[in-house]
Write a protein that binds this ligand. Structure first.
Ligand SMILES: NC(=O)CC(=O)C(=O)O
Length: 280
């Protein structure tokens, strides 16, 4: 009989300018989460580097040889967990990406997600951010199988705003969507929780986010509030802005209950509309 319940840990890490220290801190929290019974652990967006276009080139690594990959692979193996490695600036073929790696309990690389939708926004008097000044977008959907438990879809931060991507993951059998993310003091209070609840209710899936902890002295001040939302749209675990680990119990029987009570999957009208997946 396959497992239908497991513990998810979301590490809201205080990320600083010292990469080695960021990796060490992440390692300590991963170990703590595993000791508390987490089966799947998630780090935040840009967990090894401050979040900002001026930092990406300096902190970027190649996945095959980088110290962050090595640290994540060892942490997954030593603690026998599935690990969604937040994201790091990646260099590949002369380009930079915002990249999430996923590791299995044997330390093997299970998936690589390069942020598909780059965070280019301009809200006058509030925040202007242009990831595309330095980053290139990824071009692939990314999911991974957690043993025989469930399939998990992965996006990074701004990817959560695109309902089609989540819908495609759900249609491809993902029951949990994970978004390492770093919303800010303008969009965080307005949209962070709302978007998670929307993606969860639209698709009747669990949705989880992991943010860096807030640092008022950083050039980009993160909102924090790492959370998990149930397929009913309820926030089942969350935190404030400080460094912490959020634990959520994922219950796939509950998900099936919601789907059978409100069977929207079978009630769609493909004769009237359709979301088309053009790439794998
Ligand atoms: N940082 C992001 O990628 C996204 C974000 O902050 C927002 O969508 O708002």
């Amino acid at each position: 009989m396959s497992i239908t319940k497991f513990k998810l840990a979301l590490i809201q890490l205080a990320v600083g300018t010292n990469k080695a220290e960021n990796l060490l801190r992440a390692g300590r929290f991963i170990q703590e989460a595993a000791k508390k019974g987490a089966h799947l652990v998630t780090l935040p967006e840009c967990f090894n580097s401050p979040y900002g276009t001026g930092y990406f080139a300096e902190y970027a690594e190649q996945l095959e040889t980088g110290e962050s990959s090595l640290a994540l692979s060892s942490a997954a193996k030593e603690n026998k967990i599935y690990l969604v490695g937040g994201s790091i600036p990646e260099k590949k073929d002369g380009k930079l990406y915002n990249t999430c790696t996923v590791w299995g309990p044997d330390g093997g690389l299970l998936a690589v997600h390069r942020k598909v939708h780059l965070f280019d926004i301009d809200i006058p008097g509030k925040i202007k951010f242009q990831e595309s000044e330095t980053l290139s977008p990824g071009n692939e959907f990314t999911s991974f199988q957690m043993g025989d438990i469930c399939k998990v879809g992965v996006g990074i931060c701004y990817d959560i705003r695109f309902a089609e991507m989540a819908q495609i993951y759900a249609r491809n059998d993902c029951r949990l969507l994970i978004y390492p993310g770093a919303f800010n003091m303008t969009t965080g209070p307005a949209h962070w929780e709302l978007l998670q609840r929307c993606r969860a209710v639209d698709n009747q899936v669990y949705v989880a986010t992991a943010s860096p902890a807030r640092s008022e002295s950083s050039s980009y001040v993160a909102w924090g509030h790492s959370s998990a939302v149930s397929p009913w749209g309820e926030v089942i675990a969350s935190t404030d802005e400080k460094e912490s680990v959020v634990y959520a119990d994922i219950d796939l029987d509950f998900l099936e209950q919601i789907r059978s009570q409100i069977p929207i999957t079978h009630q769609r009208r493909p004769d009237m509309y359709e979301v088309v997946q053009k790439k794998n």
